[in-house]
Write a protein that binds this ligand. Structure first.
Ligand code: ZN
Length: 678
């Protein structure tokens, strides 16, 4: 019997045949499809004809079609509906896929064909998308060292091995240092101000260690309540310092030397590949393009946001003064911020939940997509699902008939509730990419996965406001996928530059703060009462609360990150380097016992190196894009049409070009400042 994963699916829209897939299908399918894909690569590599765009670049882009489909299904299920068997298979499959990828990237004969096409690109008549595909394909190989001689290739390989070892070590040190520390207390009075529910957790923690009383750890859910609620200033200070000292105390888990080594290795790697700095290497593949551009951006934001941060601190200082504190410290910030928040607009998640029924919120987001982009969502029972909780929709162009050619835009899977086998959080993904091949437009199969409270027989699923914005966020990503209309699968939908990918998602979140729109769906699930204006005002106020301070904090991370990856960087002493670099971003005195860098896992362990700026960058993009709508009507059809072009284009054009075509100018920091500070 043939394995059903090996061929085109015999289902409507070729959707994944979940009901028929068995776990034992995966591993043999992966093995066979990897072989088949390598066979395709071999054919491209050894094609007796001269290399052309079609027989090399395009052929490569379309290769491995079925392997992509099966990988998507398998890894999506490993996130949303996993079990021991799937996890076991993932362990076996992952190294096979890594090996497969390196067989392609190390294929010198294949690269020489690609290079020939690239060098002769002026002889071809290529459209913009084809030019982009050629550029990206070529660069992908070059950035992996394809142009280096054998000796340098070997050097690069060794640097990469060292880099991955040392980043792993960095993360392990932070983890070990976090776990090593705990604070034991026996007197409840020392914990005054901390909510009872949290104290119960501290008691649990103590019991697990066979101790009397309370134990606080440096795990975030344990640490944060102390900083936020503890009236005991000495305790706040002690915990804040313990946390800031992590991997910075000269002990066995110290990270200072690793930072110096990582910085040096990254610099070597960049130089080996012909870049001035590691930041130049990373940013070449980003919307921002150069370190200069990023630094200009961060510094502009710093200058403009600093007065607001200072105002935040002044406001808190008044409260602190009443407690006899003449000079606020960083460990006082969260405590007084919480006090002020309570004074100004005390409200909690529970108050809003009855107004946000999941079904109604989804209806609203569907309606919004209809208004802006002419889309319609029709629930269908003809599509196989991987779990009964999942709902499936056909996404159609409004007003067209299902049978009409071209009206079908996408399949949408909505999987909203938690269960064993689904990881935490919320995300958008796809089971199948959009692309056009041999004149046929293959439409995408998009999925939105969340963890919202399940309905009961008495109560429907009700969302916190945070969950409402989460749904809009993921749906924004989903629209990027649904509207995709490009030739090649690897330039389609959300396959865009890393600092551009959060624009569509964050953009859509803006609608949650528009009273005009909010009132169309935020209605009490029992009484039908529309969300009252004073509650809307509280949502608005709490969103921007302490925004000045938060902005400076983010900027300090962004600037620190860029400095470690800048040209000619030399780190003699981590603390000195850090203090000098982020001086201008600090609104509280620096504590000599602590450091940020030594537990800055985002950039030294994870993949945010020379990329931390992108959090604020994406905020400017979405604020600026939404500002355009606000000035002309949040449902303005002409602007929506222009925005639709941006969404449909995926990664086929330079993102700044796409953005300027939509907006008429580059994104402006002012739009973010206006939204945050009025
Ligand atoms: Zn996102």
């Amino acid at each position: 019997m043939t394995n059903l994963l090996l061929q085109k699916f015999n289902t409507q829209y070729n959707s994944a045949p979940f009901a028929e897939i068995k776990e034992e299908h995966y591993l043999p399918a992966f093995k066979e499809l990897i072989d088949k894909s390598l066979q395709e690569i071999e054919e491209i590599t050894h094609n007796p004809e001269t290399p052309t765009f079609e027989n090399t670049i395009e052929a490569l882009a379309y290769s491995g079609e079925q392997l992509d489909v099966v990988s998507s299904i398998f890894f999506n299920l490993n996130s949303a509906e996993t079990n021991d068997e799937i996890q076991q298979i993932a362990q076996e499959v992952s190294p096979l896929l890594t090996e497969f990828a390196s067989k392609i990237s190390q294929n010198e004969q294949l690269f020489s064909r690609i290079k020939k096409v690239y060098d002769e690109k002026d002889h071809y008549t290529l459209n913009e998308e084809q030019k982009m595909l050629l550029e990206e394909t070529y660069k992908g190989f070059v950035r992996n060292g394809a142009l280096l001689n054998d000796e340098k290739k070997e050097q690069l390989k060794n640097i990469n091995i060292e880099l991955s070892k040392k980043s792993l070590q960095f993360g392990q040190n932070v983890l070990a240092a976090t776990n090593q520390y705990y604070k034991h207390l026996t007197n409840k009075d020392d914990l005054a101000g901390i909510p009872e529910a949290i104290l119960a957790q501290y008691e649990e923690e103590a019991k697990e260690r066979n101790l009397e009383g309370y134990v606080i750890t440096l795990q975030f859910p344990s640490l944060l309540p102390v900083l936020t609620y503890a009236e005991n200033r000495e305790l706040r200070k002690e915990l804040a310092i313990a946390n800031g000292k992590k991997s910075f105390d000269g002990g066995e888990f110290d990270n200072q030397n690793l930072i110096k080594e990582l910085v040096k290795l990254r610099q070597e790697k960049a130089q080996l590949l012909g870049y001035k700095s590691f930041a130049d290497y990373v940013l070449e593949e980003r919307m921002a393009k150069s370190p200069q551009k990023v630094l200009e951006f961060l510094n502009e934001l710093l200058t403009k946001a600093k007065p607001f941060a200072q105002k935040d601190v002044e406001e808190l200082s008044v409260l602190a003064k009443a407690d006899g504190i003449t000079e606020m410290q960083s460990y006082d910030h969260a405590y007084y911020a919480e006090k002020l928040r309570k004074q100004k607009f005390d409200f909690n998640d529970e108050e809003l939940k009855p107004y946000f029924q999941l079904d109604k919120v989804q209806e609203a987001v569907f309606g919004l997509a209809g208004k802006l982009f002419g889309l319609e969502f029709v629930e269908t029972s003809d599509i196989q699902k991987y779990h009964t909780d999942v709902k499936t929709y056909e996404v159609l162009e409004v007003g067209s008939q299902k049978s009409e050619d071209g009206s079908f835009k996408a399949l949408l899977y909505a999987d909203y509730h938690p269960r064993k086998g689904k990881r935490a959080g919320a995300w958008m993904t796809s089971f199948k990419n959009q692309y056009i091949k041999n004149g046929e437009n293959h439409r995408p199969h998009i999925s939105v996965v969340c963890n919202f409270t399940k309905p009961t027989s008495e109560t429907p699923s009700l969302l916190t406001f945070n969950e409402v914005t989460t749904l809009f966020h993921e749906f924004g990503h989903a629209l990027h996928g649904v509207l995709a209309n490009t030739q090649y699968p690897n330039l389609s939908g959300t396959s865009v530059k890393w600092d551009f990918v959060e624009l569509p998602s964050q953009f859509l979140e803006n609608y949650c703060y528009e009273p005009e729109f909010l009132k169309t769906f935020a209605k009490h699930y029992q009484t039908g009462e529309v969300l009252p204006d004073e509650k809307i005002q509280k949502i608005e106020d709490s969103k921007n609360f302490m925004e000045g301070y938060q902005t400076l904090r983010q900027l300090s991370f962004g600037i620190l990150d860029m400095s470690y990856h800048a040209e000619n960087v030399k780190v003699e002493d981590v603390k000195t380097f850090e203090t000098e670099t982020i001086k201008a971003t600090q609104v509280y005195p620096t504590l000599s016992e602590t450091a940020v860098s030594t537990s800055f896992s985002h950039i030294f362990q994870g993949g945010y190196s020379a990329g931390y700026y992108s959090y604020k960058w994406a905020e400017v993009l979405d604020a600026d894009a939404f500002q355009y709508f606000k000035e002309n009507g949040i449902f303005n059809p002409e602007i929506a049409a222009k925005y639709k072009v941006l969404l449909s284009s995926g990664g086929t054009k330079d993102p700044m070009e796409l953005y300027k075509n939509f907006r008429g100018s580059e994104p402006k920091v002012e739009s973010l400042l206006k939204r945050a500070f009025g």
